[in-house]
Design a protein around this ligand. Structure first.
Ligand SMILES: [Zn+2]
Length: 89
């Protein structure tokens, strides 16, 4: 018997899409930003300083986890080498 893999169950829902600020009436699959649970996030350093992220992101149903654009921007603002130890000769 195959053992069950432990999978982080990120919350998903169907959410109405918005185009240029207008609701379209079309529903799409969305997933909560992984920084909604910083302790399980690969990018918890990009979580909001005042707590957890509650942003939903439209994704395909095959997506396992997602980081919202706010968190991505925070991640980028840290710079690409933050957290990495680099030796300079
Ligand atoms: Zn986020």
């Amino acid at each position: 018997m195959a053992s069950k893999k432990e999978v982080v169950g990120w919350k998903t829902k169907m959410m109405e899409t918005v185009h240029l600020g207008n609701k379209t009436g079309k529903m799409a699959h969305a997933m909560i930003c992984m920084n909604s649970k910083p302790e399980l996030s690969k990018y918890s350093q990009a979580a909001p300083e005042d707590g957890v992220c509650d942003q939903w992101v439209f994704t395909g149903t095959e997506i396992a986890s997602v980081l919202c654009s706010n968190c991505v921007q925070r991640l980028m603002s840290f710079g690409p080498n933050r957290g990495l130890i680099q030796k300079e000769d």
